[in-house]
Design a protein around this ligand. Sequence first.
Ligand code: NAD
Ligand code: ZN
Length: 252
Amino acid sequence: MPTQSVPATQPIAITAGESLFVLTGAGISAESGIRTFRDGNGLWEEHRVEDVATPEGFEANPALVWRFYGQRRAQALTVKPNPAHRALAALEARLGPERFFLCTQNVDHLHEAGGSAEVLHMHGELFRTRCSDPRCPKLPFHDERHDFPTLPRCDCGALQRPHIVWFGEIPFEMRRIERRLRASHLFVTIGSSGAVYPAAGFVREMLYRRENGEHVRSIYVGLERPENADAFDEIRLGPAGTLLPGLFTVQD
Ligand code: NAD
Ligand code: ZN
C-alpha cells in the first residue's frame, strides 16, 4: 500500500485493546530550543559528528568530547518541555504502561520533565556518566557536571565517559524494544530523520507484520518527510508541538 498523505490534524484513534509504540527523535525537542542534527548541515553544534559522537573521537580527544557534552548539559539545564512532550505524558497516563511505550533517540530529559513516567533512552542520557572501561563494576550514575577543568576519572583509574550511545555502538535495551514493538498495534514516530539505524528500521517490522495479515499501522509525525517515509502508512507533516496535543483519541 502506498504511503497516504493524511490531513495532519485528523485524529488518530486508538481502539479498545490496541497498544501504542512511540519513537521520538531530535525533532520533538526542536521547539524547546535543542538543535537537531539536521539544522547544522551535517555538523552537530558546529562539530563533526565523528569528532564528538564516536568511540574513536573520544579516544583521539577526550577533552574535546567532554567539553562538547558539558556544553550540551549546560544548555539542556536551561530548556523546558514543549506541548508535544506533555501530550505524550498525558497519553501515557491515559493508556497505562501496558498499552503505551515510549522509546526515544534523544539524550535530553525533556520527556521526563514533561511528565512521562517511563522512557527508554535507546541512545543513552546526557545527564549520566560511566566508566570507559567495560570491565569496571561501577554503574552509570546521574551527573550534572558541565565544567571539566581536568578529565573526569573513575576510581579504577580509567577515564569516565558520557553514558551516550555513539555512532558505531549498539543502542541500549534492544531486546525490550523488540518485545514492545512486537506487542504493539500502532507505531508512531515523531521528529526523526529516519537516517539513524537501527531505530529507522523499526517501522519496517510493522510493515512486515501488516504484509503477513496483522492489523497494525504506522504513522510519522514531523516537519518533513523522513528518509524511511515509504515504510509508513501515513505521514503527518507539521511541527510536533502544534500537531500532538489532541491528536490521539482513546477508545476503551
Ligand atoms: P535528526 O536531527 O537526524 O532529525 C530530526 C528530524 O526532526 C528531522 O527530520 C526534522 O525534519 C524533524 N523536525 C525538526 N523540527 C521539528 C519539529 N518542530 N517538529 C517535528 N519534527 C521536527 O534526528 P534523529 O532522527 O533523532 O537522529 C539523530 C541522532 O541525533 C540521534 O541518535 C540522537 O541521539 C541525536 N540527537 C539528539 C538530540 C536530543 O537529545 N535532543 C539532539 C540532536 C541529536
Ligand atoms: Zn572504572
